[in-house]
Design a protein around this ligand. Sequence first.
Ligand SMILES: O=C(O)CCC(=O)C(=O)O
Ligand SMILES: [Fe+2]
Length: 270
Amino acid sequence: MEGGDEIRRRALEEAFGESSDDDGAGGGEEEEESDPSSSACSLLLEERYGRPLKWEMVDGVKGLWLCRDFLSAAQQSSLLSAIQHEGWFDDGCHNQAMRFGDLPGWATKLSRLVCEAVWFSEVSPAADTESIVGDQYGEDCWPLPLDLLQREPLFDQLIANVYYPGEGICAHVDLMRFDDGIAIISLESACVMHFTRCKQEDNINKSQTEEGIKRIPVFLNAGSLVLMSGEARYLWKHEINRKQGFQSWEGRELAQQRRTSVTLRKWRKS
Ligand SMILES: O=C(O)CCC(=O)C(=O)O
Ligand SMILES: [Fe+2]
């Protein structure tokens, strides 16, 4: 175990420079002070190196990982105020904003936080223990494959979505113009996202009846981070159906509230 921690720490130092885990004050690091929202998001990184984050592999959907405690309450409100500071939703007519290329400072910091959360992952023992025991540092043990984690930049496109009660997003696979490795951060309230395996075209035995199609519910609490790669990204559709009856978790219908999400993706070089 110590060996693995050491590998991660070294990889982190390569990725981010010398660690400042002594006091978390971040002294000596260059700050993106030119960004007007940087003070609102300074909290985002305050717990850098502070705690290893627990990750769960979602059973049944290869490449789908969930980190429930990705953002603390303070980080969530800091991120939400950075989004609000953008003024994207002020007119009340828009519920979606997209940015490509140079992301706002807070989103760049959020990407770094995603990256760090993966480096510092602590894979839940409830997850696929066999592969963890078999190959402690194998591909399956990382919430994001290392080649994706090390690409530069990790993400260069963001979508912020605001959903009011009853609103969701229909089943889809994200467009192919985006690369593998997609992150979704949930804010304000929880929802259930369903994953459905895409139909296999002309499967030889054509046995995939409607009932045979697996639907896997995933509970996304506020502050959670979802990562999709490989099969989860390409072979499964995801959806949030907030019509009556579709948002139940552990036998209870969720009380719906406004939900904001941030999706981070990487534009694919053509
Ligand atoms: O809002 C979400 O949680 C998901 C958004 C999404 O899937 C998308 O924008 O492609
Ligand atoms: Fe999506």
